[in-house]
Design a protein around this ligand. Structure first.
Ligand SMILES: Nc1ncnc2c1ncn2[C@@H]1O[C@H](COP(=O)(O)OP(=O)(O)OP(=O)(O)O)[C@@H](O)[C@H]1O
Ligand SMILES: [Mg+2]
Length: 414
């Protein structure tokens, strides 16, 4: 058990739930073997750390570790990325290039979102798993490699097999050792440990006191269904840390951040509200706002110092008197200004104000409507071409693959 705690600490894994412990235990047990591992679990459960645990506890730990997000590589180039290509094998192939399977010889490849691989690539993958053999795109020479494959998926792979999207033989080959990561809603009180960790981390990052939950809001946290799992909890903790000026979070405040709070603990239909790209857009916005705020404070401090020191000539002060007055009024309101005993310098201690919060909300509204617009446009285009994705994608100016991903992401019914 001590080992388990060490591993958790080393890889930053929080929680003591039996299912989570079991997953870590299997990862460590299987690490020294060369068996393929398939990691499954809903989106945001923390699958990505497991291949690293396996790699680092294997004899391959000094070899290469390459993580490939199969869903993010365009269909046209994925074979070349994985297996390499010869010069002149397709337009733009001006040089020959090694693929990941060649580069990672002696190491580990993590195939994330493996169910997104095109069927033709699945054939190549099966071959390399079974025989260690592969062929570069545009070549007929058989090459050999010794790579350990770990795959992950947040979709129901057996269902993908039924729908002829995934090869059954490949599934059995990959699934030699299955590791299932439990959903957050199954992990009971682990959620408090995770919340505490994230709130302390964000407090440090944004240099403000950590948020806390009262007993009612703890219940709310425990009873929510968490369709976006740990990722969603992390995002929400960040949002609350930044937006709320009160550090003790009441249940009603918290519920405002939990989409469809009423539908607590239903077996999860993965809602795309907490869709990754959306939440990361939101994260970026928060960061920009926060940085802007710090820059503003720095600038104010600078001006304040200059004015105090009398380095600015009188005519400048006269022409800008309005602005200067405003600045000082705001500075007094928003910041605690402390004059040092020797009167040489002034320190500003920013305190979050309601004004910032309103700004933040306005911008979020904007980005929300952007994604709504996107859904609308996609629906329109699909309607116009009777659901023919190829034509709709052309009209929208995006690739068919991107359109397909967006349809899945936004759960657009066709
Ligand atoms: N037990 C945990 N302790 C600490 N942080 C965690 C834990 N589980 C997940 N996280 C954090 O949650 C976030 C999401 O995890 P990760 O990216 O591994 O999800 P995933 O299972 O790969 O999801 P997806 O299927 O959508 O790709 C990451 O920031 C990760 O660090
Ligand atoms: Mg992932």
């Amino acid at each position: 058990m001590k080992d388990l705690q060490n591993i958790k600490q080393r890889f930053g894994i929080i929680g003591n739930h039996e299912g989570l412990n079991r997953a870590i235990d299997i990862a460590v047990q299987v690490a020294p073997t060369d068996l393929s591992v398939l990691i499954t679990g809903e989106s945001g459960t923390g699958k990505e750390i497991f291949p690293q645990v396996i790699h680092n506890y294997s004899t391959r730990k000094h070899g290469q570790y390459i993580a490939v997000n199969c869903g993010a590589i365009p269909e046209g180039t994925i074979d070349s990325e994985l297996f390499g290509h010869e010069k002149g094998s397709f337009t733009g192939a001006t040089e020959s290039r090694k693929g990941y399977f060649e580069v990672a010889d002696g190491g580990t490849i993590f195939l994330d979102e493996v169910a997104e691989l095109p069927l033709s690539t699945q054939v190549r993958l099966l071959r390399v798993l079974e025989t260690g053999e592969f062929i570069r795109v545009g070549s007929s020479r058989v090459l050999k490699t010794n790579v350990r494959v770990i795959a992950a998926s947040n979709v129901d792979v057996p269902r993908a097999i039924e729908n002829n999207k995934f090869r059954e033989d490949l599934f059995y080959r990959l699934n030699t050792v299955p590791i299932r990561i439990p959903a957050l809603r199954e992990r009971g009180e682990d959620i408090f440990l995770l919340f505490r960790k994230f709130s302390v981390d964000f407090a440090e990052k944004y240099r403000m006191p950590a948020i806390r939950l009262d007993s009612e809001s703890k219940n709310a946290l425990l009873n929510y269904s968490w369709p976006g799992n740990v990722r969603q909890l992390k995002n929400i903790t960040e949002q609350i840390s930044i937006i709320e000026s009160e550090r003790e979070i009441s249940a009603s405040k918290l519920q405002g951040y939990l989409p469809e709070y009423g539908s607590a603990k239903l077996p999860a239909l993965i809602r795309k509200d907490d869709d990754k790209s959306f939440s990361s857009e939101r994260e970026i916005l928060y960061k920009i706002l926060f940085d802007m705020k710090s820059d503003m404070n720095d600038l104010k401090k600078l001006v304040f110092d200059l004015l105090r020191r009398g380095d600015i000539d009188v005519s400048f002060q006269e022409t800008n008197s309005g602005v200067i007055k405003n600045l000082f009024r705001e500075a007094d309101k928003e910041t605690n200004i402390t004059t040092r005993a020797d009167n040489t310098s002034v320190d500003f201690v920013p305190t979050p104000s309601r004004n910032d919060i309103q700004d933040t909300e306005e911008i979020i509204e904007e980005s929300l409507s952007l994604s709504d617009n996107e859904v609308e446009m996609i629906k329109k285009a699909l309607g116009k071409y009777n659901g023919k994705r190829k034509m709709a994608a052309k009209e929208l100016g995006i690739s068919e693959r991107t359109l397909y991903r967006k349809i899945k992401e936004y759960e657009i019914e066709m």
